[in-house]
Design a protein around this ligand. Structure first.
Ligand code: SF4
Length: 273
């Protein structure tokens, strides 16, 4: 676990950046953690120094995630950038399969190509463009990861310089403003602010972003499949085609959700006349 004073130190450093005029970027997925992170940030940083950015995954993300992030940004009076990759999630899997059918085609916990290519890369590109266009030389990139979510996330540092992204006369720091908070604190904070969650939570979801995620619980995957049957069928079809599975458990989606997808009918040959 991260030492409590590491969070206090991160906060102090972030406030020094605020006082130096830095731009704070809210990575807003439309999920509860980014939603609460924005609420929390607005308590300490003027709205004029905040920019929200949403990496859209098109058909693969929960419908309404972008709109939810936009509604939050509009209500707070902060601009929202939409970052889009030049490829889709399934397109990325297809590409990998075409190149190397002998290795797993889907992203995994170790090779999270989905996060790097579909989220982090496009967000970094859009934020850099915005910073250049608006003359921002100090950037604080805020993400809603929490230590309580997983042991990997617990090991993340709440404050870190990112010299690679900060080049070209810019400073770039990554900050995890709600890293120390529990799920209950996040949910009660959103409620106390009088805001609503994305509707997928009312269905029972724990997490929001991709409808079908390699880290998703069986419950989240099942709800994703039930409410997005066409997308689910495309994923199942891709699992069959590649011979590999989306989920890190290596169980197929049909096995995890218990929802079968009929195999496409083979073409019926015409009788010779
Ligand atoms: S939500 Fe899951 S599947 Fe989607 S980009 Fe993130 S890790 Fe990958």
């Amino acid at each position: 676990m991260t030492a409590p004073d590491a969070h206090a130190l991160a906060f102090d450093l972030a406030m020094q950046e605020r006082d130096a005029g830095a731009l704070f970027i809210v990575n807003h997925s439309g999920g509860k953690d980014s939603q609460y992170m924005q609420i929390e940030l607005l308590r300490h940083v003027p709205a004029a120094q905040i920019l929200a950015v949403h990496a859209t995954l098109g058909e693969s993300e929960w419908p309404g995630a972008l709109e939810h992030a936009r509604q939050q940004a509009d209500a707070a009076g902060i601009p929202l950038l939409v970052a889009e990759a030049g490829k889709s999630f399934l397109g990325m899997v297809e590409q990998r399969y075409q190149k190397r059918p002998d290795v797993p085609s889907w992203p995994s916990a170790r090779t999270r190509q989905c996060t790097s290519d579909l989220k982090r890369g496009p967000i970094t590109r859009e934020v850099r463009r915005y910073a250049t266009a608006h003359g921002h030389t100090r950037l604080v990139n805020c993400m809603g990861m929490r230590a309580a979510e997983s042991s990997a996330r617990a090991k993340q540092r709440p404050w870190a310089a990112h010299p690679e992204h900060g080049k070209a006369g810019r400073s770039w720091h990554n900050w995890l403003p709600i890293h120390a908070l529990s799920t209950d604190e996040v949910l009660s904070g959103i409620q106390a602010a009088g805001q609503h969650l994305h509707p997928a939570y009312a269905l029972g979801n724990d997490r929001l972003s991709c409808v079908l995620c390699l880290f998703g619980s069986a419950g989240d995957l099942t709800r994703g499949a039930q409410h997005n049957p066409e997308l689910y069928a495309k994923y199942v079809e891709m699992e069959r085609r590649t011979g590999y599975t989306l989920h890190m458990s290596r169980r197929s989606l049909e096995d995890l959700t218990g929802i079968p997808v009929p195999a496409p009918c083979a073409a019926i040959p015409l009788e010779a006349s």
